[in-house]
Design a protein around this ligand. Structure first.
Ligand SMILES: *Cc1c(COP(=O)(O)O)cnc(C)c1O
Length: 471
């Protein structure tokens, strides 16, 4: 009897296959070989147990599936067709070219990160970036840490450990990813004291919640929801004045991190860092990769006295940011010094695009995809984008994109879910959204240089539909 083992194809038949060989670049030739060998080992195992066939094309598909899966687990650039500008799962704000250049230039060599070039002695890594934050926020002092969650933790640990923190019941938020304010308070050793009710909190509620052991009034920006209707919150200025009167710290977890009024981009007003500082908060914490449009980090600004106390906390060493982040942040902040340059920051360039220009780009992509042979309708459509990342939760930004609609007979074979999955598997992956049984690639979050890639991805993903139709 023939051993079925003899039918197992040689490794090189796979590794020489052009469609498999393209993975050499991402995984290395050795890495690709390892996957081929793993698939073949499994076949050998099955052969011992009596399975007979080892069909090359089936094995080749199994190898490609493994390679695709492996690559999808590495950090990859993707095209964001969701229309959500600060998509936390997609890495929030893309960085400006200048910020990337700065990180590249400084990351590849040594820097004066903690070295004072004048004295030749140890310096502070935060000096340059602090000067920029102070200029843009109006605060006396600042500090940068890993992210805004770390900033909140550091502030609470420094000022409120073993003491009480008063928070309005309307602001006891969960930010996402399991980061819940009451839990963070507990972790930092502070005791939460709730003031007011879910919908209404008055200044008197803060006054009544105050005791000798109160360390802080904490105001959090309700980033990803709104309390609307029969509601009442305390004016920031009144809150900070009461905090001063009672001798407690006024801290605002602002989160979203706008340094400018977004009205210029047709967006509703989002509280800005300079406004918070002007309202008299002792400390304000924001994210670097939300509406600031910079790298992931947390920026704390406020009074010199409070920031100096933060710097003396040994946690700072554990929460500090690296030279790449500082280089990218300083470059991003410097753009704000010249408002005419704002659109160098991709977030603002994307916000500034007109619906007409997005529609025109969508039409061009559709023309390159269509040809009418796919049995699906590919056409420009109006869409609704959003800032996301827990900012401006109720705001729709008018947008345009490409809609793929399926005839009922096609939906079984392809359909929006299947097409979305195929687009995610493309290289580079395209992340689309599905609305009313249509697949939509929203161009508000697609950079113009990516248009051709979107067309390629759609053509490739729709090709099976064409093939099925022609069969
Ligand atoms: C987003 C947000 C945070 C968390 O910011 P990260 O930079 O993601 O850690 C904290 N507080 C508020 C109010 C937020 O909106």
């Amino acid at each position: 009897m023939n051993s079925p083992l003899r039918e197992i194809p040689a490794v090189h038949r796979f590794t020489d296959d052009p469609e498999i060989a393209v993975y050499d670049r991402a995984l290395g030739h050795g890495g690709v070989r390892t996957h081929v060998q793993a698939v073949l080992a499994q076949v050998r195992e099955e052969a011992h147990q009596g399975a007979t066939s080892a069909d090359f094309s089936a094995l080749r598909s199994a190898v490609l599936d493994r390679l695709r899966h492996e690559v999808s687990q590495t950090l990859l650039g993707v095209i964001n067709g969701t229309g959500i500008l600060l998509h936390t799962n997609l890495g929030r704000a893309p960085l400006a070219a200048g910020a990337l250049a700065e990180a590249t230039a400084l990351g590849g060599g040594y820097t004066n990160l903690e070295y004072d070039l004048e004295s030749g002695e140890r310096g502070s890594r935060y000096q340059r970036v602090s000067a920029l934050v102070q200029e843009l926020s109006g605060a006396e002092a600042s500090l940068v840490v890993n992210n805004c969650a770390a900033a909140v933790l550091l502030v609470l640990d420094t000022f409120a450990s073993g003491r009480e923190v008063v928070v309005s019941r309307g602001e006891l938020i969960e930010i996402g990813g399991g980061f819940r304010l009451p839990d963070v308070l507990r972790k930092s050793g502070a005791t939460l004291v709730e003031a007011g009710t879910t919908n209404k909190t008055y200044l008197s509620d803060y006054r009544n919640a105050w005791r000798e052991t109160t360390a802080m009034f904490l105001r959090t920006h309700p980033s990803n929801y709104r309390v609307v209707g029969f509601s009442q919150e305390v004016e920031p200025k009144a809150l900070t004045a009461l905090a001063r009167e009672l001798g407690v710290i006024a801290f605002e977890d602002l989160g979203s991190g706008a340094f400018i009024d977004l009205g210029a981009f047709g967006l509703p007003h989002e509280p800005t860092v300079p406004e918070s500082i002007a309202s008299g908060f002792d400390l304000v914490a924001v994210s670097g990769d939300k509406l600031l449009g910079g790298p992931q980090c947390g920026i704390i600004c406020g009074s010199t006295e409070c920031v100096e106390r933060l710097k003396r906390n040994s946690l700072v060493r554990a929460l500090r940011v690296d030279k790449l982040t500082l280089a990218a942040l300083a470059s991003t902040l410097s753009v704000y010094l010249e408002p005419s340059r704002l659109q160098e920051i991709p977030l603002f360039a994307m916000l500034a695009s007109t619906v007409e220009s997005l529609w025109a780009r969508a039409a061009a992509i559709c023309a390159a995809v269509e040809g009418g042979e796919y049995g699906v309708r590919v056409a420009p459509c109006l869409s609704e984008a959003a800032t996301g990342g827990g900012t401006l939760p109720l705001t729709c930004i008018p947008s345009a994109g490409i809609a793929v609609r399926f005839e009922a007979s096609q939906a079984r074979m392809l359909g929006p879910d299947r097409l979305a999955a195929d687009l995610r598997r493309h290289s580079p992956p395209v992340i689309a959204k599905i609305e009313d049984d249509a697949l939509i690639v929203d161009l508000r979050t697609v950079q113009q240089r990516e248009d051709e890639l979107v067309a390629d991805a759609l053509r490739a993903a729709l090709a099976p539909a064409a093939a099925a139709r022609n069969a």
